[in-house]
Design a protein around this ligand. Structure first.
Ligand SMILES: [Zn+2]
Length: 232
């Protein structure tokens, strides 16, 4: 016992574990968070509530098997900082940590039905070049550390650029591209349960667009988990 503690103390000195939010060296739990961050974060507890606000927001538009978010997103506060770091500050490690958190919280949920595939939300090539990674894929990669599920990156594709939109502003064009998807004809998702993992759900337009692209798939089950749910 004493030796085990000694070895773990030595490892901690050599490779101090930092809280994945405040990046301070504190007492880190299995979630990779320190006690004060755990206390301060606006947890939704959706892992314990099957009929939660995320499911509600998509009701009548998307036929969901399971849905939920880890945190509420407000215009200020730690969750905004986290998502900003993930999207614009090239913080890959944070993406993996948040994915691990989603995995540890939801794969142990009483409502969790293990999906057949994880499908990251594809991002446009232009965004991928700017960001250096797809944050949704990082979340999936962190997720599978606690729940062994294959990741299918090619199931859903971004629609190609449409010339008729050239009159729109660059931002409008990117927005349009971000919300249009198509099913990869080479990918057979029939009778599969797929789980989409994304960073934030606001109006749900991305999930709705993905759902639209999958509506001809026979007996498909769709679940959605996000890091954050913004107040609508
Ligand atoms: Zn912390």
């Amino acid at each position: 016992m004493f030796l085990k503690r000694y070895v773990s103390d030595l490892l901690h000195l050599a490779f101090p574990e930092l809280c994945c939010i405040c990046r301070k060296e504190e007492i880190i739990g299995s979630d990779g968070l320190c006690d004060s961050c755990i206390k301060d974060l606006p947890w939704t507890l959706h892992n314990l509530i099957k009929e939660n606000e995320l499911v509600d927001r998509l009701r009548f538009q998307v036929d969901l098997e399971m849905g939920g978010a880890l945190f509420y997103y407000h215009n200020e506060g730690p969750v905004k900082t986290l998502l900003h770091q993930l999207k614009y500050k090239r913080n890959r490690e944070l993406g993996l940590s948040l994915g691990r958190l989603l995995g540890s919280r939801f794969s142990s949920s009483p409502h969790f039905e293990k999906p057949d595939l994880l499908v990251p939300v594809p991002i446009h090539k232009k965004r991928l070049r700017e960001r250096g990674y797809n944050q949704s894929l990082l979340l999936c990669q962190g997720f599978i550390e606690s729940c062994d599920i294959p990741i299918e990156t090619n199931a859903i594709l971004k629609r190609t650029y449409q010339k008729s939109q050239t009159k729109n502003s660059r931002e409008q064009r990117l927005k349009h591209l971000e919300s249009s998807f198509r099913l990869n004809p080479r990918c057979d998702l029939s009778r599969k349960h797929i789980l989409i993992i994304d960073d934030v759900l606001t109006t749900g337009s991305t999930v709705k667009a993905i759902y639209e692209s999958l509506k001809d798939v026979n007996a498909l089950k769709l679940s959605v988990l996000t890091v954050a749910l913004s107040k609508s």
